[in-house]
Design a protein around this ligand. Structure first.
Ligand SMILES: C[S@@+](CC[C@H](N)C(=O)[O-])C[C@H]1O[C@@H](n2cnc3c(N)ncnc32)[C@H](O)[C@@H]1O
Length: 258
């Protein structure tokens, strides 16, 4: 299971804050069309759930990591979060929509079954928001496999530094990327004071495979947004690194289950 713990959980929002893009406005515009309560799968420390709940959207977060849930409850005490893996979450009512931002879907062990459960959770008129990334950099070999490289760095209070190192392995046949992260907390003199390792298996989906999986689970794509809607700058490659999908519930196609 790929739930976040320790420094990975504590520093998650700080690393995201270094990124230029923020999914909040995309989620806001999706939810503004939804009537009724929605689920947020993998709500983490509340980075997006908090501001969205504050805006008045009725959202219940489902988060596998108890540590992330307690960070979320501390920072956003008014939000609703349940500590549960999606796979074990008990559906007690029907929801208008489910949102799965920040690539959490790619951490799930059984994506087809997860989509089927999402479809069950929403009933006939439901909607789904998913964002997925494509690991072009790892697949192109731009980053060497099996070797540690410095990935992200943070300046923390009192001159402390947070470093994250990454090592990865691609399995093209299984369409999985195995990533190890080494988190290091250094004091102002550069001495390592705390070190933690984590492992994740991330799936990626080619367009056709994703559409088939969605359609078998009873989802039809209605809208696709590329690279968080950021326009291409001159000279930039036109690869799609991130795709955000809006789907609506339909009758599952008869392709059988994976
Ligand atoms: C990339 S983080 C995104 C967190 C949050 N959505 C955000 O953008 O700040 C993925 C989150 O999904 C959680 N997660 C992973 N597998 C899960 C599962 N099977 N069910 C529920 N949550 C899961 C992790 O613990 C982590 O908090």
């Amino acid at each position: 299971m790929n739930e976040y713990r320790g420094l990975e959980g504590e520093w998650h929002d700080l690393f995201w804050a270094e990124e230029e893009v923020n999914e909040l406005s995309l989620l806001d515009s999706f939810l503004s069309e939804i009537e009724g309560p929605s689920l947020y799968l993998g709500s983490g420390s509340g980075r997006l759930l908090g501001p969205l709940s504050e805006k008045g959207y009725s959202l219940l977060g489902v988060e596998a990591s108890e540590e992330m849930v307690s960070l979320s409850q501390k920072k956003w005490p008014e939000t609703q979060v349940v500590a549960s893996h999606w796979e074990d979450f008990e559906l007690e009512q029907s929801y208008a929509a489910i949102v799965v931002p920040a690539f959490t879907f790619q951490l799930l062990d059984k994506p087809q079954a997860a989509l089927e459960k999402m479809r069950t959770a929403v009933g006939e008129d439901g909607h789904l928001y998913l964002s997925l990334f494509f690991p072009w950099i790892e697949l192109s070999g731009e980053l060497p496999q099996g070797k540690w490289y410095p990935d992200q760095e943070l300046t923390l209070p009192e001159g402390k530094i947070g470093k994250m190192w990454t090592r990865h392995k691609v399995d093209e046949r299984k369409a999985t990327l195995k990533r190890e992260h080494r988190y290091q907390l250094l004091d102002a003199s550069g001495e390592v004071k705390r070190e933690e390792m984590t492992r994740q298996t991330i799936r990626w989906f080619a367009d056709g495979a994703l559409e088939r999986m969605l359609s078998r689970s009873g989802w039809q794509i209605e809208k696709e947004i590329q690279n968080f809607g950021t326009p291409l700058e001159e000279g930039e490659d036109d690869l799609v690194y991130v795709i955000t999908i809006h789907c609506r519930a339909v009758t599952p196609s008869g392709g059988g289950k994976k």
